[in-house]
Design a protein around this ligand. Sequence first.
Ligand code: HQG
Length: 176
Amino acid sequence: MDVVRTSKRLSYLLRHRPDTAGLTLDPAGWVDVEDLLTALRLTRSELDEVVAGNDKRRFAFDTSGTRIRASQGHSVPVELDYAPAHPPAELFHGTVERFVPAILAEGLRPGNRHAVHLSPDVQTALRVGARRGRPVVLRVDAGAMAAEGAVFTQSANGVWLVDAVPPQHLTVLDRG
Ligand code: HQG
C-alpha cells in the first residue's frame, strides 16, 4: 500500500466526493470504517497506518473507533460540531502574492471550503502558502475579531476555522 496515495484518496473521499466510492457521510462527516475499508479494499491495519502516520493528522476516528472522518477541509456540507473556542490574539494565513490584492480588498473568504483556515503560527502558514508558490503570510487580529463576536473553532488537528476575516483585521506580515 502507498501511504501517501491512500491518504490523498481518503482526503478526496472524506472531504469532497464520497459518492465516487459509493459512500455517504453522516451530517457530521463520519463514515463507517467497515464501509470505507470495503470501498478502498484496505485492511484495518493499513487504514490505521495511514491515519497514525499522517503528517497533518487529517483524519480522526470517533471514540469507539468504528467511524472515521476528515478533521477539516470539507467542500461537502458537514457540521463538524467543534465547540466555539477562544482564539489566541493573533492567527496567521498563508497565501500567495497573486491573491493578496483581492484579500486586502474583500477579506479572507472560504472559497470552496466551509471555513477560512488559519494557522496558529507563522511557520505553518508559510507551509500552507508554499503549496501554491512563494508564500505570503497575513496576520489575523483574531483577538479583535473575537471581541466583535466572530465565532472561532479549532479542528481536531489544530487548524483554526472562522467564516470570514474582514480586511481591517488583516496585516501583510511576511512576503516569503
Ligand atoms: C485564497 C491544506 C482571493 C486563500 C492547508 C487560499 C490548509 C482568496 C485560497 C487547508 C480570498 C483557498 C486550507 C479572496 C482567500 N480573494 N483569494 N477574498 N480569500 N483566498 O486550499 O487556506 O493539506 O481552500 O489565501 O494546509 O490554502 O488539505 O485554503 O490561497 O490547512 O490538509 O484562496 O488545506 O491542508 O485555498 O488551505 P484553500 P488554504 P490539507
